[in-house]
Ligand binder design. Structure first.
Ligand code: SF4
Length: 602
């Protein structure tokens, strides 16, 4: 073990800021990161064992105990449950002979639950040793387990041709369908990769590139909606030894999967967008921060980067521009929703726990390694290429005045055609439902669990930053669904699991509100409980980062838009809060927080 750990650490230049890569390699080599490995890593990197353990304990996919030769992670999203997860879960337990959370005595198979893996359009889905299995049924589960027991590789179950070293794309598509249903400027096939860097960039100054991006009025596609041109301008002006371009591909919002599709079908567009950004802000280094759930794309994306280097779309003097050097590396996360928050992503990229930083300073001044950094979403970088190609003015003809351009939506749930749709901003919800074949709809979750749950009264509303803002996740629920029990409760449990534990509000109130919801669902609720939930939702909004600030939204927006569902469960003859002990609930929440808080830090 000693030599192997030493080799892994040396592969990353003995650099402790590369701890995430080092831990991922260690986990994948030994199947877990045990105490002996922790001691060796700490010694080799000149760190304390406590610091190494702090990072390990933060991420779902790291484990200090063996997880089995075949670690099976079954997606736990609300949509997975809607499409038969329970039967699939029971089939796994029956075939393997253990419960979820356990590993077989022979160390062969482990069963684990995991939060949304970005496959909502093809549920139920699971990850087994970094390969994805979609549309699972009990029959398929039997096949998989038989295959594993016979000692054969899981790849063989996906596609016989898997592993073709020359072009990984067919294998990727065989494993996971892209389900592109509607194309616009980003997903269309009429752009020849590299033409902007080759033909247009050499004729533009960095300032002119930023001017076009500003003129387009594009706002960040990740959800926050900050003007992209301004971000690039601030970063270009910021002083530092080095500037960085980071692409946030951590799409962890349950229900979103459009970055998965863009990176499968149009990776060159994303990398070209990062390159253009590098030119604009004066950077020679970009990093794609990709969620671990998409580890199955690694070889394919590395192939694409290698091809771009061979074609001088990455590397030195790109596009013949003397002195313009830029390259991109891929950094994987290890399972933490909060790392979608830009400062948490940077912490993770530096090898630490993904805990959001206090702001200011903002990343454009002090970001990755304390240097000026821009962080944009996958879709934003892809869009930037089309803007520079056609001009900012051209771009403003799409969408609305305050939301220009197109938006790529991940649409799932109760509809005939789940998948990815590119529409102009300003599209209305009713048209969207007709487009995807969704009938008799009870509600739509706009923007994932941190967004809003709307009912038919609001289907006239439009998608845009001034009305229904969304990072792209749209989940449709038919009338047959129990919205409070099957959806709202699932979303709240997701936030409990994903809270980084730094703020007491986020750590405790998510749990306390969920306990109150359970009380109501058990038929023990009274009118005062509804008032309490509304008040506590406001307390939660005072949390440090977007996760905590929006974690109460599933309850708050359903209370607002689906009040009769709550009223029907409330005991009308009682008006006092019986059967709910707030103090005990808070104490319990301290015990059952999703992550162990970093007490060294606070
Ligand atoms: Fe962590 Fe939640 Fe606080 Fe964000 S709001 S810093 S996730 S505890």
């Amino acid at each position: 073990m000693k030599n192997t750990v030493k080799q892994i650490v040396e592969k990353y230049g003995n650099d402790k800021t590369r701890l995430m890569d080092i831990l991922i390699d260690t986990q994948e080599t030994f199947g877990f990161i045990g105490q002996e490995a922790v001691e060796l890593l700490a010694h080799q990197l000149g760190m304390s064992q406590v610091d190494v353990n702090q990072t390990i304990s933060f991420y779902h996919f790291f484990s200090t105990k063996p997880r089995g030769e075949y670690a099976i992670y079954l997606n736990d999203s609300a949509v997975a449950h809607m499409f038969g997860r329970q039967a699939v879960k029971e089939a796994f337990e029956k075939e393997v002979g253990i419960k979820f959370g356990e590993v077989t005595a022979d160390g062969k198979i482990g069963l684990f639950n995991t939060a949304c893996i970005g496959m909502n359009d093809q549920e139920p889905a699971a990850i087994i040793n970094n390969k994805v299995f979609t549309r699972l049924t009990p029959y398929r589960v039997r096949e998989i387990i038989k295959h594993i027991r016979e000692g054969r590789k899981v790849e063989g179950l996906i596609n016989e041709s898997f592993g073709d070293g020359k072009n990984q794309l067919p294998s990727l598509r065989a494993m996971v369908s892209s389900n592109i249903r509607r194309k616009g400027m980003i997903l269309s096939d009429d752009y020849v990769y590299g033409s902007v860097t080759r033909d247009i960039l050499p004729k533009m100054s960095p300032e002119a590139v930023i001017a076009e991006i500003k003129h387009s009025h594009i706002r960040g596609r990740g959800g926050a909606g900050f003007p992209t041109g301004l971000k690039w301008e601030f970063c270009r002006r910021a002083k530092g030894e080095k500037h960085f371009v980071l692409c946030n591909a951590d799409e962890g919002e349950p229900g979103t999967f459009k970055d998965r599709v863009i990176l499968t079908e149009k990776p060159e567009l994303v990398f070209e967008g990062m390159t253009i950004a590098g030119y604009a802000i004066g950077s020679d280094e970009g990093v794609l921060y990709l969620r671990y759930e998409y580890r199955y794309m690694k070889e394919y994306l590395e192939q694409v980067l290698a091809k771009m280097r061979a074609e001088n779309q990455l590397g030195k003097n790109i596009g013949g521009i003397e002195g313009f050097d830029f390259d991109i590396r891929i950094q994987f996360g290890a399972g933490a929703y909060v790392c979608g928050e830009e400062s948490a992503l940077i912490e993770s990229l530096e090898g630490k726990r993904g805990e959001p930083r206090d702001k200011p300073p903002f990343p454009v001044e002090k970001g990755y390694l304390n240097q000026p950094t821009i962080i944009n979403n996958v879709e934003t970088f892809a869009t930037a290429v089309r803007i520079v190609q056609n001009g900012g003015e051209w771009f403003t003809q799409f969408g609305t005045e305050d939301s220009t351009g197109t938006k790529i939506l991940s649409i799932s749930g109760d509809c005939m055609f789940p998948g990815v749709y590119e529409v102009n901003w300003g599209f209305n919800v009713a048209d969207m439902l007709n487009m995807v074949g969704a009938y008799d709809v009870q509600g739509v979750q706009v923007g994932g669990p941190s967004g809003t749950l709307i009912g038919p009264d609001e289907f006239h509303r439009t998608l845009g930053y001034s009305d229904l803002s969304t990072g792209g996740s749209m989940i449709i629920f038919g009338r047959q669904r129990n919205l409070l029990k099957d959806v709202v409760l699932n979303f709240m449990e997701f936030f409990i699991e994903e809270s980084c534990g730094s703020c007491s509000t986020c750590r405790n109130m998510t749990q306390v509100m969920t306990n109150k919801l359970k009380k109501i669902l058990n038929g023990k609720g009274v009118a005062k409980d509804l008032d309490d939930l509304k008040q506590w939702g406001k307390v939660l909004q005072a949390s440090r980062c977007g996760l905590g600030q929006t974690a109460g939204n599933p309850i708050i927006s359903s209370l607002k838009n689906f009040a009769p569902l709550y009223d029907a469960l409330i005991q009308k003859d009682k008006d006092f809060d019986e059967g709910f002990d707030l103090v005990a609930s808070v104490q319990n929440s301290c015990k059952y927080v999703g992550r162990v808080p970093n007490f060294n830090h606070h």
